[in-house]
Design a protein around this ligand. Structure first.
Ligand code: AHM
Ligand code: MG
Length: 343
């Protein structure tokens, strides 16, 4: 790493100037997300100590109430984004309803939807977790943001990204012009560019799926997984599943692979799969496309799905285009045989 390595803020400003869209509002928005994720990263690194601090009366050494990490992450993002002046309405996995930006904060031109701390069940075992975000330009012209500003197909995103809190903290984002990764240098408190223009490797080597759900998979999914286990490219794949979407996606992006969370019949309360369209599937689909990959629910491009509600769920197949298209073909064959399939 040299002094010539740009910080995230410098990189965003340079890109904005290159596109001649430099109002500074997008840069403020990204800087608010970066600041929030640095604060979250700091807390995540102390996660193992929370119980110890909690035992002293639910107060940490600063005398503040010890808070669950996912709620801390949510509050941090909501507060920091509201203060940025760049956002008019938000949506969060942690909050049932839309979060309009109200006075004294300025209502900005952007809309942000996020999963503040995805994979939070992994916190207790020290496995990587992440924040996922999607950014849209507001649709309504003025006044407070509306639900219609948020309920949009992923194709309309102007940017998307995630931050992974793992062995290092990595910020990955795209505005549709390439996917770029920045690693947090804790001694500087800055994200520094580590990968520009990431492309998913052409050959997928990994498949990631919760195999314990196999008894409840539709036949299309069993056929698809069998194809990878026993198909023409026999021995080409290995299985990796952390159960933390950001970590599974990030690894597959760097190494080549496909992640799937299909709709299954295991839990009748989740007929459309487990993952959320707006703040899990759509932003990662935007990044996958930017890196040369693809995402589908088994039938449709994830980026084409128009959400009906903020917390809508979807089946998800994401990663190398060839493997995702193979899954879609399996669903097509199943439908052709008269099965309902369904996501
Ligand atoms: P969460 O939003 O409650 O954290 O759940 C989402 C997580 C994803 O990170 C991960 O891909 C998936 O749940 C794993 O689910 P499972 O444990 O059913 O395999
Ligand atoms: Mg989540």
């Amino acid at each position: 790493m040299t002094h010539r390595t740009p910080t995230l803020a410098q990189f965003i400003t340079e890109k904005e100037h290159a596109l001649a869209v430099a109002t500074g509002e997008f840069a403020s928005l990204m800087s608010a997300i970066a600041l929030s994720t640095k604060l979250i990263s700091r807390e995540v690194n102390k996660a193992g100590l929370v119980d110890i601090l909690g035992l002293t009366g639910d107060r940490n050494i600063q005398g503040e109430q010890v808070q669950k990490l996912d709620l801390f992450a949510n509050d941090t993002l909501v507060r920091t984004l509201a203060r940025s002046g760049a956002v008019c309405i938000m949506g969060s996995e942690e909050v049932a309803d839309f979060i309009p930006v109200a006075p004294p904060h300025t209502c900005g031109r952007y809309v942000v939807v996020f999963d503040p701390l995805d994979g939070s069940s992994n916190i207790d075992v020290g496995a990587p977790i992440g924040t996922i975000f999607a950014i849209y330009r507001r649709r309504s012209s003025d006044g407070p943001g509306q639900a219609t500003d948020l309920l949009r197909p992923g194709r309309e995103q102007v940017a998307a990204g995630y931050v992974i809190y793992g062995s290092s903290t990595i910020f990955v984002y795209s505005t549709g012009e390439g996917v770029h990764a920045f690693t947090l240098d804790p001694s500087l408190g800055e994200f520094l560019l580590t990968d520009e223009g990431l492309r998913i490797p052409e050959q997928a080597r990994i498949y990631s799926i919760n195999d314990a759900n196999a008894p409840w998979w539709p036949p299309a999914v069993s056929h698809w997984v069998d194809g990878m286990r026993h198909g023409a490219g026999k021995g080409r794949y290995t299985a990796r599943y952390i159960g933390s979407l950001v970590a599974d996606f990030h690894r597959n992006l760097l190494r080549g692979g496909v992640f799937a969370y299909p709709a299954d019949t295991r839990d009748p309360a989740l007929p459309d799969g487990k993952l959320r369209l707006l703040y899990e599937a759509a932003p990662l689909a935007f990044l996958a496309r930017g890196a040369g990959g693809h995402a589908s629910d088994g039938y449709r491009d994830i980026l084409d799905i128009v959400p009906d509600s903020l917390h809508q769920r979807t089946a998800l197949f994401i990663g190398n285009r060839e493997e995702v298209e193979a899954a879609v073909a399996c669903y097509g064959q199943e439908t052709g045989r008269g099965s309902s399939g369904g996501s």
